[in-house]
Design a protein around this ligand. Structure first.
Ligand code: WT7
Length: 649
């Protein structure tokens, strides 16, 4: 985050106390903080009782092999039973679980009973394909109900899923399939985007042609487009529709792997973040109930994330369904067929709780108030934000234009690794400040520390660390225990380092300041600088590349790349487009650099380390910081001149 933004935060002193009417009916009260402070483990013990266990645990937390945690030791449960069967058994089979809003504008209600039957059919079909507990299943799907069914079917039979965002390239999919040695890939023929059908299966075909572990590809027919077909391919409608709608679930150990989800780190290789069953589901369900104040009888909840990200896992699938929510899932984009699409959906389905991302909010601000104002948003009663720091201006716009100055806003800080919300105001309980995630929720402990690991005083800034284990914490990085320890637990021994900078204000509220490592946050998506650099360097014309994240008004950060071409390659008109397309092929369109600048040299220290700080200064049009440690101090002038001439796309 830039100095200027930091300055702005320092001047932000508006506070919004809880509304008394909201507070009177809120799910949680301030006593939860006291209870959790008094006995943290007992507090989580209580929360775990929201779930149905086949066998209760005999130890809440085993931290003896730290940082490898075990929660609810000895307990057994089935995640899909907790999301489905128990609601149907309790008499809520007819309640709507999913309101599916298709990109076409058609919508369809799916009850808890129907969802359970679909999940049972899919679970039976997966077993018939030879999938057993412990086998990994990759899911590469659009936002359609079958994606939720696929995830829950995997959970039901104890096969950890690895959902790969359908916007990732074949190459990104292949590396994730390989890393987890997935036995099955579930996908669709294509997906609807802005009125058209976009293919998905070709990327899977390409990825799977080199993936030895994959035995079958299970394909949902969504668009009806022609697809290539091979022996290992199986149509979903052939094997799932004909399967029995009954399936006897097995209870799994609380620490049985539930899913792997890949996320970017500081090196080029994505990390397979591992989550297990009991602790994850406990915290996903508790936070969804407490932070969103969910009332299953009356709320219509809508989280606009994609199932390809952790938000889709915890706050579309596991949290809401465990809590018997009625929720909207939407297949398309916010601007198709018009820029009021989100608000039309809110009006049509009477959404009461909306959870979205700052990058979307800033885009809506830019599009203009007339779009939300054309629809009736009066059913909304709570708004959430996630993915990156929300600037106070966007927060205020969200509150007044979308929330009509009535809805509390929960700015929720968490990560793929934390599994569930960690820092957030509690609606009806705590006050909120525009731009601050406020304080750790009950049961969670966080600190802002300086370089030496000492807690900073109110008013100070530093690094965000989590100093106590929590139920939904990652249990490791798939296949790489050493990297898990190095990445998260070595910077401040005994504590989890989140990678984020933070500031503590005079009242003790936490203000997140963005990543301090080499990870960019573009529209709420984590992309590592090294990943994009490797993609660029894999192009035959590129000799060297340096990538930085530069502040961007809409997307939070934008990717700015500096490349040195190989000796024989000349810069021509098409080069920048060619390189951007290459990055899209290697990683996916979300990683396409906003700017690519061809340079003759990169700023390096005498030991050869690229000084990204200086490149960031240039990319953000700031005057240069200290250049005295550069091997060649004139390099930066050349680069800055090049950028000033607009040598980008
Ligand atoms: C990173 C985690 C959490 C689900 C989506 C992203 C940033 C997330 C906030 C927030 C400031 C936030 C952090 C974090 N972040 N939420 N409310 N305020 N920053 O999950 O891809 O694992 O990214 O997103 O930098 O470390 P993720």
């Amino acid at each position: 985050m830039s100095e200027e933004a930091l300055e702005n935060l320092l001047h932000e002193d508006r506070t919004f106390p809880p509304d008394p009417d909201f507070a009177a009916a809120a799910n949680l009260s301030a006593s939860a903080y006291e209870a959790a402070t008094e006995d943290r483990l007992d507090f989580w013990d209580q929360q775990a009782q929201r779930l149905s266990w086949d066998q209760t645990w005999n130890q809440t937390l085993d931290w003896s092999a730290a940082p490898f945690a075990k929660w609810f030791v000895g307990g057994k449960l089935n995640a899909s039973v907790n999301c489905l069967d128990r609601h149907v058994s309790a008499g809520y089979g007819d309640q709507t679980a999913l309101i599916f809003e298709a990109e076409s504008g058609d919508s369809r209600h799916i009850s808890y009973r129907e969802l359970l039957e679909d999940v049972c059919r899919a679970a039976n079909a997966l077993e018939a394909l030879g999938i057993e507990a412990g086998d990994r299943v990759a899911i590469y799907m659009p936002m359609i109900p079958e994606a939720v069914v696929a995830m829950l079917a995997c959970a039901r039979i104890g096969a950890p899923h690895s959902v790969v965002f359908a916007g990732f390239s074949a190459e990104a999919l292949r590396s994730r399939i390989d890393d987890a040695a997935a036995k099955l890939v579930i996908t669709a023929d294509g997906q609807f985007r802005r009125g058209g059908a976009m293919p998905l299966k070709p990327a899977v075909d390409e990825a799977v042609s080199q993936a030895e572990s994959v035995e079958n590809v299970l394909v949902v027919r969504r668009t009806g487009s022609e697809v290539e077909w091979s022996e290992r391919d199986v149509w979903w409608h052939d094997v799932v529709a004909s399967a029995s709608p009954e399936h006897t679930p097995e209870a799994f150990d609380a620490e049985h792997p539930l899913f792997i989800l890949y996320t970017s780190g500081t090196t080029g290789k994505p990390k397979g973040i591992l989550h297990t069953t009991g602790g994850y589901l406990t915290q996903a369900a508790f936070t969804h109930w407490a932070v969103f104040d969910l009332k299953p009888e009356s709320d219509v909840y809508w989280c606009t994330a994609d199932i390809g990200w952790v938000t889709g896992h915890s706050y579309i699938v596991y949290g809401p369904l465990a809590n018997r929510a009625t929720q909207v899932i939407y297949e398309g984009t916010p601007d198709s067929p018009h820029r009021g699409r989100f608000w039309e959906i809110v009006e049509r389905h009477q959404v009461s709780i909306l959870y979205t991302a700052p990058t979307a909010i800033r885009t809506f601000m830019k599009w203009g108030d007339e779009h939300p104002k054309a629809f009736n948003l009066s059913t909304l009663r709570l708004l959430g934000s996630v993915g990156e720091p929300i600037n106070p201006e966007a927060w205020m716009w969200y509150r007044s234009i979308i929330g009509n100055d009535l809805c509390p806003i929960v700015d929720t800080w968490w990560q793929t690794e934390t599994g569930a919300i960690m820092i957030s105001p509690l609606p009806g309980v705590t006050e909120a400040k525009p731009g601050s995630a406020m304080r750790p929720i009950p049961g969670i402990s966080a600190e802002v520390v300086d370089d030496d690991g000492n807690a900073v005083e109110p008013g100070g800034g530093g690094y965000l660390v989590l100093d106590q284990p929590w139920p939904s914490m990652l249990r490791g990085i798939w296949g790489d225990d050493e990297r898990f320890v190095d990445t998260y637990w070595s910077r401040f021994p005994g504590r989890y380092f989140a990678g984020d900078g933070a500031k503590l204000d005079k009242d003790g509220a936490i203000w997140l300041l963005g990543r301090v490592d080499d990870v960019m946050n573009v529209s709420g998506h984590r992309i590592s600088t090294t990943e994009v650099e490797s993609a660029l360097v894999s192009h035959h014309k590129v000799a060297e590349a340096a990538v930085v994240g530069a502040t961007d008004d809409t997307t939070g950060q934008g990717i700015v790349s500096f490349v040195i071409l190989r000796g024989s390659s000349a810069e021509d008109d098409g080069l920048v487009d060619e390189l951007r397309a290459h990055v899209a092929t290697e990683i996916g369109p979300i990683a396409k650099p906003r700017q690519i600048l061809v340079v003759a040299e990169l700023p390096k220290t005498r030991s050869g380390k690229i000084m990204r700080r200086l490149l960031r200064d240039v990319a953000e049009n700031r005057s240069l910081g200290d250049v005295t440690t550069l091997a060649d101090p004139t390099v930066m002038n050349l680069i800055a001149d090049g950028l000033a001439q607009g040598a980008s796309d």
